[in-house]
Each structure stands twice: as structure tokens, then as C-alpha cells.
Design a protein around this ligand. Structure first.
Ligand SMILES: Cc1cc2nc3c(=O)[nH]c(=O)nc-3n(C[C@H](O)[C@H](O)[C@H](O)COP(=O)(O)OP(=O)(O)OC[C@H]3O[C@@H](n4cnc5c(N)ncnc54)[C@H](O)[C@@H]3O)c2cc1C
Length: 299
């Protein structure tokens, strides 16, 4: 990233919200469930699966967490009603993790039960390091009972290989990603190549341990390394999937699908789009060009 881009990224919180919204709209399906369903239908028609995420995080009021549960229950009614191929992703701080772990676990359980009734699946996103232990506790508690939960591990975390070793030998499904939160070096690898190396190590350990890997990346190097591991371990098409974010590198998405791989796109929607969009813009190598163009266009 250029020095100018780094400066702009640091100043993103000062950019007016409507401009952030304009530039970041490619990363978010819209504000309503109908918007999400429309996007998922298009993705399905292009050969991609989806995972729908209700935007929001760090809620401090029980009512907001309960409203998010209700929204997920609506999603599980809508998926079969619209005949779309999608599961869901959830963030535990939206479901009350910072209020009370037991309350959050009960909320996740309601979502897991609704998913199970529809034969569907729930991926628990991984947030910052304060959430890692409680997220894994809730996953390890509920997964044996419901069997339709998956979790996320972050390649930048030094603990990730140990966390893989703790997973159940059968039926574990893990999304492996680099990790997006800013973590201290004490607990997280910092070098770009180091994180890549740990990603490949983690992915191979998951495959060796019989974990279903959801390979979440837009990094062509990692896609190539993952393909090598898929070949080396003789995985069939149904034994793994690639995952990408809405609005990022659609060309790579098409290449993977044309290559015969299964690919799932993360489709977030909702009114609480701002923190998610800021994180996505920080990763965008062309952020300055987009933001400047939006500012100059004056709308
Ligand atoms: C499906 C999915 C789910 C995720 N879930 C989580 C999670 O639960 N917890 C978590 O901490 N992180 C999550 N992430 C984010 C992840 O940790 C990374 O921050 C993100 O994927 C960028 O890493 P990368 O592997 O794509 O490599 P990078 O090196 O960051 O990106 C590779 C290339 O992809 C392109 N690119 C990447 N991001 C953008 C962008 N925003 N806009 C435009 N181009 C871009 C650029 O060309 C870049 O050079 C998820 C990512 C995906 C794909």
C-alpha cells in the first residue's frame, strides 16, 4: 500500500459516513433481507454458494441481540422459501457476547436449532482476541448437540495450530482466514509472509485431521498453495470449499468456479454496515482512488 493510501486509511474515520457508504456499497448487499436474497440469487446463477450475514457487532443491549436472533430466524424462513443456496454467518458480539456469555450461547442455540430444522448450517465468525476463547467455548459446547455449526480460525493468531488440535476428530468445519483485527505481536504473527506460511500450515493440519476446510482468501498465492494441498491430499470437490467476500476480486471467483471448485460468497446486509465497511476499505489497495473519486463527485 502506498504512503498516501496508508495516510488515507488512517484518516478513514474522518471521512463523512455517506462517502464511506458510497465507496463501500460493493461490499454490502443492502439494508434489507430482500437485498441479500437478490444478491444471493445472482451469485447462485453464477455457480457460487452464499453465506448470509446480518450486519452488526458489539451490542450492549439485550433487545438488540434478541432482534438479531429474530432476523436470523427470518433468514432461515426465507432461504427455502426463495430456493436459494445459502447458509448463514453470525458474529457473537452481535448476539450478546459482551453482555453475558450464557445469554449469547442461548441465542446461538436458537439460531442453530432453526438452522437444523431446515437442514442448514451456521458459521460462527471469529472477532478480536477478546472473543477467541468464549467463541471456541460456545462452539465446542453446541456443536456436539447440533452438528451444524462451524467456526473460524485466523492464521495470524499464534494459537491457531493448537486450536486446530483441539477440534473434534469428526464433523468439524473450519473457515481459515488471515484475520482482520489489529492484534498485539505477543499473540499474533505480524509479517505478511509469516501469516501466509501459518495459513498454509494451518490448512494442511486441518486437512490431515479430517477437518472440512473453508478456504477464505483472495490472495492468489494462498489459492495456489491451497490447490496444491487439495491435490496432494486427494480431496474431492465436496471435501472443501473456497470462500470470498462480496465485492472482492470477482475475476478470481469466476476462475475458481470455472476450475471446478465449490465457492461460497459472504453476503452481509443490514443497517449497521459502517464498522464492517471500514474494515473492508482498510484492506482495499485502491481505497484512495475510490474515496477521492466519491468525494470529488460531490454526492
Ligand atoms: C469469506 C470470508 C470470511 C471472513 N471471515 C473472517 C472472520 O470471521 N474473522 C476475521 O478476522 N477475518 C475474516 N475474514 C477476513 C480475512 O481475515 C482477511 O482480512 C481478508 O480476507 C483479506 O485477506 P486475504 O487472504 O484476502 O489476503 P490479502 O493479502 O489481504 O488480499 C489479497 C488481495 O485481495 C484483494 N483484496 C483483499 N481485500 C480486499 C478489499 N476489501 N477490497 C478490494 N480488494 C481486496 C487485493 O487485491 C489483495 O491484494 C474473512 C474473509 C473472507 C474471504
Amino acid at each position: 500500500m502506498s504512503a498516501f493510501n496508508r495516510l488515507l486509511v488512517a484518516g478513514l474515520p474522518l471521512v463523512p459516513k455517506f462517502i464511506v457508504g458510497k465507496v463501500a456499497s460493493r461490499y454490502v448487499a443492502g439494508e434489507t433481507l430482500d437485498d441479500a436474497l437478490r444478491v444471493v440469487k445472482v451469485l447462485n446463477s453464477e455457480g457460487a454458494m452464499a453465506t448470509i450475514d446480518v450486519l452488526g457487532e458489539e451490542v450492549a443491549e439485550r433487545e438488540k441481540a434478541l432482534a438479531a436472533v429474530d432476523e436470523y430466524l427470518r433468514v432461515f424462513e426465507a432461504i427455502p422459501a426463495h430456493g436459494v443456496d445459502s447458509n448463514v454467518s453470525i458474529k457473537l458480539t452481535l448476539l450478546g457476547l459482551k453482555i453475558d456469555e450464557g445469554f449469547c450461547r442461548d441465542n446461538v442455540e436458537r439460531i442453530a436449532a432453526a438452522a437444523k430444522a431446515q437442514g442448514n448450517f451456521v458459521r460462527i465468525d471469529m472477532e478480536d482476541n477478546t472473543c477467541t476463547d468464549p467463541t471456541l467455548r460456545i462452539y465446542h459446547d453446541l456443536q456436539p448437540r447440533y452438528g451444524n455449526l462451524g467456526v473460524v480460525l485466523q492464521a495470524y493468531m499464534r494459537r491457531t495450530l493448537d486450536d486446530i488440535a483441539q477440534l473434534p476428530r469428526e464433523g468439524a468445519s473450519v473457515r481459515i482466514c488471515k484475520g482482520i483485527y489489529v492484534e498485539p505481536r505477543r499473540i499474533a504473527w505480524k509479517g505478511f509472509e509469516t501469516v501466509r506460511a501459518n495459513y498454509v500450515r494451518a490448512l494442511e493440519k486441518m486437512i490431515e485431521n479430517g477437518v472440512y476446510p473453508a478456504i477464505a482468501t483472495h490472495d492468489e498465492y494462498l489459492v495456489c498453495a491451497a490447490q496444491a494441498l487439495i491435490d496432494k491430499h486427494g480431496l474431492h470437490r465436496e471435501q472443501y470449499e473456497f470462500q470470498m467476500l462480496l465485492g472482492v476480486d470477482e475475476e478470481l471467483r469466476r476462475i475458481l468456479i470455472a476450475g471446478g471448485h465449490r465457492l461460497r460468497v459472504y453476503v452481509p446486509y443490514g443497517q449497521d454496515w459502517y464498522p464492517y465497511s471500514i474494515r473492508r476499505l482498510r484492506e482495499n489497495p485502491e481505497v484512495a482512488r475510490h474515496v477521492l473519486r466519491a468525494m470529488l463527485s460531490g454526492k
